[in-house]
Design a protein around this ligand. Structure first.
Ligand code: SF4
Length: 503
């Protein structure tokens, strides 16, 4: 079930709620479980060259990147000859539960965790995608989203191309295969010259591992070293789990070719103004990762400290909405001098050990994922720090839960500015009209959440907390889209390509 096609009305507007508010409120997704009222993570990629057990190390890498995509997973391995691949729907541990790794031999491998940002959650869309073309086999794993994928696909279909998936990633494979060049060093740049948007890629071609990052650097990709082996990964937490050292980030507009000669770097694009996704630092990436050259935990603590300066509150305790806002809440606590407490406990097994049937998620909603600690909350004035508010439905349910557990006052603090715009660069977001801040003032949102006070971090505050403020994308906060996209571009656009009778 995806954020968009799971639009179910479960949180009913109360008597004091305006019809305008209802239009947002009734579009709760999937029963109010927090994971559906969020920006959804995109994908995680991993690649390794020169390790005996490349597929097993890739499995471990994907395991640590599981937070970036939980819909499907896959690994392709080789010893330079035939590719061996296994992909499927589900978590990494589910997809590889049957001894499939034994078959994935070879010293080179790439892997992918997917959350669909273009195309539905279908087995055919699971990555890495593998194709045969005139130069041999080619496999690809993609994190990001091409904003011109629909136009490119239509153009190629007009010319007779046949597509097997509804994923934008297949467009890249077609463009590479259609290149007139004969060397991958030229074929890939030729293909990418036509692609607009966000892409951090791992590719496998013959006995070569390739890493690519788009010229604006929307999504992270780093290079690591494990003895004689070279590693590519979306986040450094994946290097840690396989015992690899961080070497450097792949630069925006850079390709690296890794083979028996070592690592070769090729600049395939002149520098563009950088647009690293600031939401990677706010919410998506793991706090133990270093992303865009900075510790994610340290940035989140800074956000929390700045939030405490901008929106202080007279209260007894600070709590987080675990786990993603833990670091920001600790920063808030540190700067405000108000003690941090564990007021909400998260059930880590929701969505992992079973897929909750719809009627169960409807009945229990946010209670499935969080439980309040009454002994901590009862009679207290509580500051709750969250990293973002998307539709607002889950935040409202959480506030009701805190009040139900005896909180005397609830002061809601958000460690990012109001989200008023959708993302087209690799994050699955609701339509703009479903984002509560696109049509409501902070005061209206405060009333909807039933909180005593509400404070969002300012844009100036956010910019002051990151290292190079001009190098980030903030489009979901300010609508300043650096790469333009067609009005028809959305997650399912490639599934609506017209089929014309007789054409
Ligand atoms: S629009 Fe928001 S989520 Fe998307 S890339 Fe930009 S900052 Fe990241």
């Amino acid at each position: 079930m995806t954020g968009r096609d799971a639009v179910i009305g479960v949180v009913r507007a109360e008597a004091d709620t305006s019809s305008k508010e209802r239009s947002v409120i009734e579009q709760d997704a999937g029963g109010g479980e927090r994971g559906t009222d969020r920006f959804r993570e995109e994908c995680g990629v991993f690649g390794i060259y020169g390790a005996e057990n490349a597929a097993r190390l890739t499995y471990a890498g994907l395991y640590s990147l599981q937070h970036r995509g939980q819909e499907s997973a896959g690994i392709v391995s080789t010893d330079g000859g035939e590719f061996r691949a296994h992909r499927g729907l589900g978590l990494v541990s589910d997809v590889f539960a049957g001894g499939e790794l034994d078959r994935l031999t070879g010293h080179i491998a790439i892997g992918h965790n997917r959350y669909s940002t273009t195309g539905r959650n279908l087995a055919s869309n699971a990555q890495p995608l593998v194709v045969n073309f005139r130069e041999g086999q080619l496999a690809i794993g993609h994190n990001g989203n091409l904003v011109n994928a629909l136009a490119l696909r239509r153009e190629m279909e007009e010319q007779g191309s046949i597509f097997q998936t509804s994923s934008d990633t297949e467009v890249i494979l077609h463009l590479i295969a259609r290149s007139k060049a004969t060397e991958l060093e030229r074929m890939i740049p030729e293909a990418l010259a036509r692609c607009q948007g966000a892409y951090s890629l791992v590719l496998l071609a013959g006995d070569t591992l390739i890493g690519v990052r788009d010229p604006r650097g929307f999504r992270p990709l780093c290079l690591g070293r494990r003895g004689d082996a070279h590693v590519l990964a979306s986040e450094t937490c994946a290097l840690d789990i396989v015992g690899a050292e961080f070497v450097r980030e792949i630069e925006p507009g850079e390709m690296v070719f890794i083979d028996t000669r070592g690592v070769r770097s090729i600049r395939f694009h002149a520098p563009d103004p950088l647009r690293a996704c600031v939401f990677e630092l706010i919410y998506f990436s793991r706090p133990d990762s270093v992303v865009f050259g900075v510790s994610v935990d340290s940035i989140r603590r800074r956000l929390g400290r700045r939030l405490a300066e901008e929106h202080p509150a007279d209260a007894d305790i600070v709590i987080s909405v675990p786990d993603s806002s833990n670091s920001a809440a600790l920063g808030f606590s540190e700067r405000s001098g108000i003690p941090f407490e564990l007021g909400l406990i998260r059930n880590h097994y929701v969505g992992r050990t079973f897929i909750a049937p719809e009627q169960i998620t409807r009945s229990f909603g946010v209670n499935l994922k969080f439980n309040p600690v009454r002994q901590i909350l009862e009679g207290k004035r509580v500051i709750v720090v969250d990293d973002s508010i998307v539709r607002g439905t889950t935040s409202r349910s959480l506030v009701m839960m805190l009040r139900g557990a005896g909180a005397k006052e609830v002061h809601f603090r958000v460690s990012s500015p109001p989200i008023g715009w959708s993302c087209y660069y690799g994050i699955d977001t609701p339509n703009r009209r479903e984002l509560i801040a696109s049509s409501h003032t902070v005061e209206q949102i405060r009333k909807y959440l039933h909180v005593d006070t509400l404070g969002y971090l300012s844009m100036e505050g956010l910019r002051s907390c990151v290292e190079r403020p001009d190098d980030h994308c903030y489009a979901c906060f300010n609508g300043d889209y650096s790469v333009r996209f067609g009005a028809e571009m959305d997650k399912l656009a490639l599934e609506r390509t017209p089929i014309r009778n007789g054409a």
